[in-house]
Design a protein around this ligand. Structure first.
Ligand code: 6R9
Length: 669
């Protein structure tokens, strides 16, 4: 069932239990309070969420029924609605509401640039003015309610500001991670068809400068060929060394951000939107086909992200929060752009990588801004761990209070290092399990309430009712292992897939009607704790980023020497999982071919998808193990990739069993 993820140790006792600290002022202080709140959230969701939602500003309150949903696609279309009939605005709740409450001079963002010595501070009032200017510019470019806007930018304050500007005028943002290739970007633009694209001239990641504008230009050539025209490209001048004259500009289409936006008024009317109007689309990889545009709406997402942020990070106004995720991923949407700002949090926004200029950068930032809440991914933890504890111990880290983890299962060794070395044994770790689709944390400890066991995401958040199913779809009880599903709707869940509700139902609801299917395998132990094992579908989790095997296979076959490819996950010490590709070359090729071909194939994948999908291993395959009906037996390929060919299991259904010996002979060639 597992596809080769680094397995957490299921028997927590080996690593011990870590009792929650006694924090009387924690938002959830103690297991009894968690139990009581969890129970109420399931027994009386209307009362529970209604009370929380009262704290936000609603132009119009919800009506009865408060929420409704159907998870059974056999009965009727799957449909989820929360805060029915209500009207609100996310930007208003993130900014105006906080400024009106006297938080205008509070720091919203401490921005730390890629290079040392580059930094800036943005207060809530300043951010509000900035968002209004961008919003006014977007309106002047013809963007209105319900219109799509694509954002392809690095981690500078203008990125979350642009997201909020869209939210302010009711436009639907689609942020594309600025590490994706022109091809990937063009596919996403062709799917959502924005008239306006926001980008940046160039960016430096570590020591390497990258021309984002050049990538956008290439993408737009493909977009035009695909039958869509983008009218306006707003370009933030972030070239540093280069001058504007070095940036290719298409007159009539391209506009310098600093020129156009600074002319705009610093106030902008709010568009009041329905609670179930779309807020954003975010493309994510699935097991088949092209990436799916996951669509989230306003009301439930607002309440869900704000509430999880408050409780899971036990956020108080005295905290300084730093999430290392990029806004191009869901973590950057929910826990950089929306959740923290809804709580008037002060946060660090970091443009660079934590190992530049050296492996002490992350801890330097922690000390510089007195970060108390740190949220990062196991891959970053393992990478920093590999440089040795000296780099951490050079810095005080005395401000740290809570450490968070997200993106993939955290192996107990990394957990213990994070806890003992980074947190000096003082800071609870919140291992938060959730997905692009769920919008907000689903299974997670609460720092003042939950006893921790390294490697377990522990217990469900308020309102989340998980279940574990057998392959046949029977609900398992007590201690068990199977597929993780969710039994009822929670506020922040996705509502549909962009333009394809049938695919939404097929992917998440048809397999086990009545349940939301997560695509993850899990164990539940005798204490009811959940242990996430990894994806059970054809999705590889590389450094916490989802990559569909089908996408990588599609990219490889774009090389004219590649006849067929089969991609499986492999264990990777830093990235969690790596990409292992079996490649069949065009007829007539001698195996192994000259070594340069591997480099070419890798370059093709980087060009088609982006560097995050770089294959770690290319394994030549004159033939692939297939059933008589022609299905590739990935189970066998996974075993070969993990050098477990002694336990290949049943190979009697193979059309040609001799392919296995040939494959083994070509390992490392
Ligand atoms: C938030 C995010 C979702 C997939 C998910 C699962 C894996 C995320 C995890 C975790 C174990 C955790 N995942 N958090 N696995 N423990 N704490 O990462 O969203 O990019 O959509 O990925 O990531 O496999 O299904 P997304």
């Amino acid at each position: 069932m597992s596809n080769g993820a680094v397995h957490p140790e299921p028997h927590g006792h080996v690593y011990g239990h870590y009792a929650a600290p006694k924090w009387p002022d924690a938002h959830c202080s103690g297991k009894e309070q968690y139990d009581a709140m969890y129970k109420e959230s399931l027994a009386a969701p209307e009362k529970f969420w209604g009370r929380i939602a009262e704290k936000f500003y609603w132009k119009k309150k919800w009506e009865a029924p408060f929420h409704s949903y159907n998870f059974d696609s056999r009965k009727a279309p799957v449909n989820v609605q929360w805060f029915i009939g209500a009207e609100t605005n996310l930007a208003y709740n993130c900014l105006d509401r906080n400024v009106e409450a006297g938080q205008g001079d509070r720091v919203a963002f401490y921005w730390e640039g890629n290079d040392l010595g580059e930094d800036s501070t943005t207060t809530y009032s300043q951010l509000l003015a900035q968002v209004c200017q961008i919003a006014n510019y977007l309106k002047s470019a013809g963007v209105g309610r319900g219109d799509d806007v694509t954002i392809y930018m690095p981690m500078i304050p203008e990125l979350p500001a642009a997201m909020l500007a869209c939210a302010r005028i009711g436009a639907v943002h689609s942020v594309v991670f600025a590490g994706f290739s022109a091809e990937s970007l063009s596919g996403r633009i062709l799917d959502s068809k924005p008239r306006v694209v926001l980008t940046c001239s160039a960016v430096k990641r570590g020591a390497k400068p990258i021309s984002l504008k050049g990538i956008v230009d290439d993408a737009l050539v493909k977009v035009t060929a695909g039958g869509h025209e983008v009218d306006t490209v707003l370009v933030y001048d972030h070239t540093r060394a280069a001058t504007r004259a070095d940036v290719a500009f298409t007159p009539g289409r391209d506009v310098w951000w600093q020129d156009a936006v600074s002319e705009q008024p610093t106030t902008c009317e709010v568009e009041w939107m329905g609670a179930e109007d779309p807020l954003f689309k975010l493309y994510t990889s699935g097991s088949t086909g092209k990436p799916k545009g996951v669509e989230h709406t306003l009301g439930g997402y607002m309440v869900g992200t704000a509430t999880t942020f408050k409780y899971v990070f036990d956020h108080h106004l005295s905290d300084v929060y730093w999430c290392t995720a990029d806004c191009g991923w869901i973590t950057g949407h929910s826990y950089v752009a929306y959740g923290p700002l809804l709580n008037a949090a002060t946060q660090v926004l970091f443009e660079g990588v934590p190992t530049h200029p050296d492996a002490g950068r992350a801890w330097d930032i922690v000390d510089k801004y007195k970060v108390s809440l740190l949220y990062t991914a196991p891959t970053a933890i393992r990478s920093l761990q590999s440089f040795g504890p000296e780099w951490v111990k050079k810095y005080s880290r005395a401000s740290l209070r809570i450490l968070g983890s997200v993106g993939e299962p955290i192996n107990p060794e990394a957990w213990l290092w994070y806890h003992d070395v980074v947190g000096g044994g003082r800071c609870p770790i919140v291992d938060t399990w959730w997905q692009t689709e769920t919008g907000a944390h689903m299974i997670t400890p609460l720092p003042g309430a939950t006893t921790l066991v390294p490697g377990s995401a522990t217990l469900p958040f308020f309102g989340v009712e998980p279940a574990v199913l057998s392959e046949k779809g029977e609900e398992l009880q007590g201690e068990c292992e199977g597929y993780l599903v969710i039994k009822r709707a929670w506020p922040s869940g996705m509502r549909t897939l962009s333009g394809d509700h049938a695919r939404f139902e097929a992917t998440y609801f048809n397999l086990y009607p009545g349940y939301y299917f997560t695509g993850d395998g899990c164990r539940r132990d005798k204490d009811g704790y959940y242990w996430l094992i990894g994806r059970v579908d054809d999705v590889i989790n590389v450094s916490g980023h989802r990559i569909g095997t089908a996408e990588v296979e599609g990219a490889l076959t774009q090389h004219d020497r590649c006849a067929e490819a089969a991609v499986v996950p492999m264990e990777h010490p830093i990235k969690g999982q790596g990409i292992y590709a079996f490649v069949t070359l065009m007829q007539g090729t001698e195996y192994p071919p000259p070594p340069a071909l591997k480099k070419e194939l890798v370059a093709t994948v980087r060009e088609v998808i982006g560097p995050i999908a770089t294959p770690d291993v290319i394994h030549w395959a004159p033939g692939l193990p297939k059933t008589r009906s022609g299905k590739i037996m990935r189970r066998i390929l996974r075993k070969i990739a993990s050098k477990e060919e002694d336990s290949l299991g049943d190979t009697s259904t193979l059309a040609d069993p001799s392919v296995i010996q040939t494959l083994l002979a070509l390992r490392g060639k």
